[in-house]
Design a protein around this ligand. Structure first.
Ligand code: URA
Length: 190
C-alpha cells in the first residue's frame, strides 16, 4: 500500500497519458485520510489545474454548501477525481484517460477504505457504479459493492447550471449521513 505522499509523488511524475503534457499541475485528492466518505468527481477544472487542489473553483463553492447542509466540512471528508489532470477545454475525460489514471484512484481507495463512496456526477457514476448509470433517474440510490456503499449525486457544476437541482441534492446528502448512521448501528446490533 502506498502512502498519500508516495502517491502524490507518483502522480506528479506520471506520464501515462497525454494529459500529463498539457496539464499545469496534477490534482490528487485532498481531505482526511480517515474520512468515512470519499467523494469522486470526474476531472480537475481550469482553476484546479492552476492550484493543484480539487474543487477550488465555482463548483467547489456549491460543494461546500452541500457539505454544510449535511453538517460536514472538507476536513471531515476526502475529495478526489477519476482522472488527476485537467482535460483541455474542460471536455469529458476519454475512456483511455480514465483507464490510465484509475490505478491512482484504486490506491487512494485502498489507503482510506471509506465505508461510503459518493460519485459526483454522471462520469464518475458510470465509471464506478454502472456504465449505463442515469444520473437524473438514479441519483441518491445506493449499491453495496466490494465492501463499499456507493451512491451518486448531481455534479456541483450541474447545480450551477440548474439551481433547481440544489434542494434534491441536499436530500441526497442527508441520505449519505443516514447511510453512515445505519452502517454504524449495524456494527452494534443490540
Ligand atoms: N470539477 C470536477 O469534476 N473536479 C474538480 O476537482 C473540480 C471541478
Amino acid at each position: 500500500m502506498y502512502t498519500h505522499q508516495e502517491l502524490e509523488t507518483m502522480i506528479q511524475q506520471c506520464s501515462r497519458c497525454p494529459l500529463s503534457q498539457s496539464r499545469k499541475q496534477p490534482v490528487i485528492g485532498r481531505g482526511s485520510l480517515k474520512a468515512d466518505i470519499m467523494f469522486v468527481a470526474e476531472a480537475p477544472g481550469a482553476q484546479e489545474d492552476v492550484q493543484g487542489i480539487p474543487f477550488v473553483g465555482p463548483a467547489g463553492r456549491v460543494l461546500d454548501i452541500l457539505l454544510a447542509s449535511a453538517g460536514l466540512t472538507r476536513q471531515d471528508v476526502y475529495i478526489t477525481n477519476i482522472i488527476k489532470c485537467h482535460p483541455p477545454g474542460n471536455r469529458d475525460p476519454k475512456p483511455e484517460e480514465q483507464e490510465a489514471c484509475i490505478p491512482f484512484l484504486r490506491a487512494e481507495t485502498t489507503l482510506l477504505r471509506p465505508p461510503v463512496i459518493v460519485c459526483l456526477g454522471r462520469i464518475a457514476a458510470q465509471k464506478l457504479i454502472d456504465p449505463q448509470f442515469k444520473i437524473t433517474r438514479q441519483h441518491g440510490t445506493w449499491v453495496h459493492r466490494k465492501g463499499y456503499w456507493m451512491t451518486a449525486v448531481y455534479h456541483p457544476s450541474a447545480i450551477l447550471r440548474d439551481p433547481s437541482k440544489l434542494e434534491e441534492t441536499k436530500k441526497d446528502f442527508q441520505s449519505i449521513i443516514q447511510k453512515l448512521q445505519e452502517i454504524e448501528e449495524s456494527k452494534y446490533p443490540l
